[in-house]
Design a protein around this ligand. Structure first.
Ligand code: AMP
Ligand code: MG
Length: 331
């Protein structure tokens, strides 16, 4: 089975082609392009315009790189949510047009679940992980329990990536700011105390953001503030992830999302996993960030488990929650 997936929840438009080879995901191509705001954060309509401009080029390139013909595609899938309305609508429109013109089935998938499934589909021995999903807008700790992917903990205000980007912008860094903050943090030496807010299993970052900005106006060095943000925020993420692992008695942890590129976050989660005798997994970078291949793979799993959608079922859902999905393709 060959599936073409389309991703467009936020800044990235991507198209990937995968094949189900005995239940494992083989990625044939995975092409993407990200909208870069000239200043400030992501403007949903401008990001959607970017997606509309490049959608057909990216889809054609994905097909070319996979070295297949359009007629060999068995299924089209796309990210139905959560995400920014105008971006989701653009990606969904592209997917519907493609499925209708090829006369092939279409499946809309949950973006967050796709981050988890691509880990299971591409990494050997990653079977039943707790996913720490850290991206711009989303921050969730997700695991499978009783037929659903449950959210054990999540941000109560802003995503961790958003927190880093907002802080970065306030000190003049270029978007996305995470990579620069990581570089600066490596040179930081002094730990400055920041709010560490875990409420139950959920996390809040806006207090930390405000306090970090205040340290800058009090003339603490940018390096020390970046170091302290990372140490505090990532420790909180690691703590919630560990609690979810303890609660569910799972012994695998998987990272996903753009912030998972960060070496310090990886290190902290890896140490936690080792201390619990658990396995630590990070997908390769091309499928860890927002991408079309993971959307294709989840579409394929859903289709093979018997799920079918009509065009009427493919409307987008900006607030599509991870735990709304009936997981029919695994136990
Ligand atoms: P996503 O929304 O999953 O595409 O992830 C984008 C987010 O990842 C942005 O907020 C970036 O600032 C952040 N990001 C990317 N690379 C890094 C890094 N090395 N360290 C921390 N955050 C990062
Ligand atoms: Mg994502």
């Amino acid at each position: 089975m060959i599936c073409l997936g389309i991703e467009g929840t936020a800044h990235t438009f991507g198209s990937g082609i995968i094949e189900d080879v005995n239940g494992r995901c083989k990625v044939h191509s995975n092409v993407l392009r990200s909208y870069q705001p000239k200043e400030g954060g992501i403007h949903p309509r401008e990001a959607a315009n970017h997606h509309a401009t490049y959608a057909s080029d990216i889809i054609y390139e994905a097909v070319k790189k996979a070295d297949i013909d359009f007629s060999e595609i068995d299924l089209v899938s796309f990210s139905q949510g959560p995400g920014l309305g105008p971006c989701l609508r653009t990606a969904a429109t592209a997917a519907r047009a493609l499925a209708l013109s090829l006369n092939k089935p279409i499946i809309g998938v949950n973006h967050c679940v796709a981050h988890l499934e691509i880990g299971r589909g591409t990494l050997d021995n990653c079977k039943d992980p707790i996913l720490l999903y850290t991206s711009g807008a989303n921050t969730q700790v997700i695991g499978f329990a009783e037929g659903k992917y449950r959210v054990f903990g999540e941000t109560l205000d802003i995503g961790i990536g958003n927190c880093l980007d907002k802080f970065g912008r306030s000190v003049g860094l270029k978007f996305p700011c995470g990579p620069d903050i990581e570089k600066l943090a490596k040179k930081g030496k002094k730990y400055l105390k920041l709010p560490y807010s875990i409420k139950g299993m959920d996390i809040a970052f806006s207090g930390l953001l405000t306090a970090a900005e205040q340290y800058i106006s009090k003339k603490e060095t940018l390096e020390d503030v970046c170091f302290s943000i990372q140490e505090t925020a990532f420790a909180a993420l690691t703590e919630v992830t560990e609690r979810a692992m303890a609660h569910t008695e799972k012994n695998e942890v998987l990272l996903g999302g753009g912030v998972a590129s960060n070496t310090r976050l990886r290190e902290m989660v890896k140490i936690m996993a080792e201390e619990r005798d658990a396995s630590f997994f990070v997908p390769s970078k091309d499928v860890c960030i927002d991408n079309g291949a993971m959307i294709a793979w989840l579409g394929c799993l859903m289709y093979n488990s018997g799920i079918r959608m009509n065009i009427e079922d493919t409307s987008i859902d900006q607030r599509f929650r991870t735990d709304m999905v009936d997981v029919t393709w695994r136990e």
